[in-house]
Design a binder for this molecule. Structure first.
Ligand code: HEC
Length: 232
């Protein structure tokens, strides 16, 4: 009986998901946090196309510069559009109340979005805008129905239209489909990094810890042998 209960409780969340119905298949973001050039391109896109509305306010400019190997000059000249200082948080200038009025919802802070939603969700979301005349900005989104955000990357991607099978057909746009995928992967990578900036450090630290444990094990073993050698 107890076992059955436990099995039921473990199953419940997946049952609830299944009952949710219109779950959309997410595409795999495949981000590579070790590819700093990709993360820097992501930062570039974010600052140009997103930071007007969204903040990453748990991140500081100088921290991002250090982590991604960007010089102070480059950070200031290429990626900072306000008179913020290097040590300041990456906030934006849109007042939340106005933004909520303009878009029906305030643009949320995106520092943690890749952790909350998952990288694949963010990736699919950025590819998922399609034309829908009934919406205020003329677009809807496959993973975020009735989204309040305009398709800010339309110049790059072009505009998608749903065909009779519900597939997206995209035309226009300055980038090829592959280039756009890469751009969105870079952007998603930057957001994954933002949500967990110490991840790379932690991985490196992990190897030191394992190394220490290994050496310590040898010492402990030799010590044990020494202590027990006269005991019979
Ligand atoms: C013109 C303002 C504006 C710009 C520019 C903008 N967004 Fe948004 N974004 C919004 C608004 C408003 C919402 C909230 C939508 C809603 O709740 O309906 C949103 C929501 C989101 C969400 C969903 C967050 C969540 O978990 O609910 C993500 C992810 C996102 N934006 C990413 C981006 C990225 C990446 C860019 C740059 C390529 C960008 N946005 C540019 C206004 C904007």
């Amino acid at each position: 009986m107890k076992k059955l209960l436990i099995a039921l409780v473990t199953l419940l969340p997946s049952l609830a998901m299944a009952a949710g119905g219109h779950e959309v298949d997410l595409e795999s973001a495949n981000v590579d946090l070790h590819d700093k050039a990709s993360l820097e391109r992501g930062l570039d896109l974010f600052q140009h196309y997103c930071s007007g509305c969204h903040s990453t306010q748990y991140q500081r400019y100088d921290r991002v510069a250090t982590d991604l190997g960007i010089s102070t000059d480059d950070m200031r000249n290429k990626y900072m559009f306000t008179d913020a200082k290097m040590g300041e948080l990456m906030e934006n200038a849109i007042p939340t109340v106005d933004a909520a009025k303009w878009f029906g919802a305030a643009p949320p802070d995106l520092t943690l979005v890749a952790r909350v939603r998952g990288a694949d969700w963010v990736y699919t979301y950025l590819k998922g805008f399609y034309a829908d005349e009934s919406r205020p900005f003329g677009v809807n989104n496959t993973v975020f129905p009735l989204v309040g955000m305009p398709h800010v990357l339309q110049d790059l991607q072009g505009l998608s239209v749903k065909d009779e099978h519900g597939n997206l057909v995209t035309t226009g746009g300055s980038m090829s489909a592959e280039e756009y995928d890469q751009a969105v992967r870079d952007l998603t990578g930057f957001l994954v990094y933002s949500g967990d900036p110490v991840k790379l450090e932690r991985e490196a630290l992990g190897w030191w810890v394992l190394g220490f444990l290994f050496i310590f094990f040898i010492i402990a073993y030799l010590l044990k042998k020494e202590y027990w050698k006269d005991v019979h």
